[in-house]
Design a protein around this ligand. Sequence first.
Ligand code: IPE
Ligand code: IPE
Ligand code: MG
Length: 248
Amino acid sequence: MKELIDIEGLPKHVAVIMDGNGRWAKKKGAMRIFGHKNAIKAVREVTEASAELGIQYLTLYAFSTENWARPKDEVDGLMQLLVSTIRKEIKTLTNNNVRLLTIGDIQSLPASCQEELQEAVRMTAHHTGLTLILALSYSGRWDILSAVKQLMEAQAQGTLPTDVPLEELFEQHLSTANIPDPELLIRTSGEMRISNFLLWQLAYTEIYISPILWPDFRRAHLYEALIAYQQRERRFGKTSEQLQKHPQ
Ligand code: IPE
Ligand code: IPE
Ligand code: MG
C-alpha cells in the first residue's frame, strides 16, 4: 500500500476529524470513555506514519467548543486522559522528531491540562520534523471571531497596518497563522460534515470520509486516504482543460 503513495505529491498539511470513539465503545458494550482511551493508539500510528512519510503538518481535532456540552463525566474523563497521555507521549514525539502545537481556546481547559500542554510544547519546540497541531476547545467560528476581535482592537488603538492586504492580515490573526491550509481533510466514522472545524482554512481542501471508527484507524487507512487524495484533480475553480495545458 505504502509504495503506491507518490512521495513528491504528498500534502503538506493533513487535518483529521477523529470521530467514532463513542460508537466504537458502544459496540463493545463499554462506556464512551473506553472508546476515547482506545483512540490513543490511532493518534500514535497516524502521527508516526505522517512523520515517517515527511508530511509537514498534521492537525487533529481532539475536542470542539461544542464538546463542552457533553455529560460532565465524559468531559472530565477526556481532560484527565489528555493530561496523562501528553505526559506519556512526549517520548514518542521526541523519537519521531515531532514538534507539538495547540490551537483553540486553551485557557478554557483545566489548569493541569494547560500546564502539561505548555510543557510538551516547550520540550518539543526544537524538533524539526512533523508539526503536530492539537485542536482543543477549538471551533472554526471561535477562530474567525478571535481574529476579528484582535483586528478590531488594533483598529481602535490605531496600530492596524494599512499596507497589508486584508486577507493576509486576517490569516495572520487566525490560530493557524504561518501554517499552510490543509490540502486533505480526513473524517472517520462515516460522518459527512465539518462540525465547526477549520472553517476558513478548509476552503479548498479535499475531503476524504473513512467509514472506520477512529479507535480502529491505522497506518494503512492513512495510506488509503493519501492515495485517494493523489487521484483527485484539484481545480481551484478552473476547468480541467486549463489544468492539463499548464500542469502544476
Ligand atoms: C470523537 O468521538 C471524539 C470526540 C469528539 C472527543 P465521539 O466521542 O464523537 O464518538 P461518537 O461520534 O459518539 O461515536
Ligand atoms: C467533532 O466530532 C469533534 C471532534 C472530533 C473533536 P463530534 O462527534 O463532536 O461532531 P458531531 O457533533 O457529530 O458533528
Ligand atoms: Mg462524534
